[in-house]
Design a protein around this ligand. Structure first.
Ligand SMILES: [Zn+2]
Length: 104
């Protein structure tokens, strides 16, 4: 698999400079059920089409960013930096829905 990916900081680069962290998932609520927690940990949608993913520019600026990629063609439609996470209790509901940055 070889294609170009646009880092929000560095621009177009070979995909081998990046690490993929998979599709964006939403963290379950504060006290999830066993089913919600196991779904969050083990199951992915595995979309055949456009999916939102986490990427890390490991051999560049080391930034985490989001990309929309068509999994059938590897065409990357957009890349963007994640929005900052609001502090707990001070966020509007739509801002609180921003995905978590995965750990390395
Ligand atoms: Zn970069």
């Amino acid at each position: 698999m070889s294609f170009l990916l646009a880092c929000p900081h560095c621009g177009l680069r070979d995909v081998n400079e990046f690490a993929s962290a998979g599709e964006v998932t939403e963290r379950p609520r504060t006290s999830p059920s066993v089913h919600e927690l196991s779904s969050y940990v083990y199951f992915r949608r595995n979309t055949a089409g456009v999916q939102r993913e986490w990427w890390y520019h490991r051999f560049g600026c080391e930034a985490w960013f989001l990309a929309e990629r068509d999994t059938r063609t590897n065409e990357v439609l957009t890349t963007e930096l994640p929005r900052p996470q609001p502090r707990q209790g001070s966020a509007a509901p739509q801002e609180a829905a921003a995905p978590d940055v995965p750990e390395v």
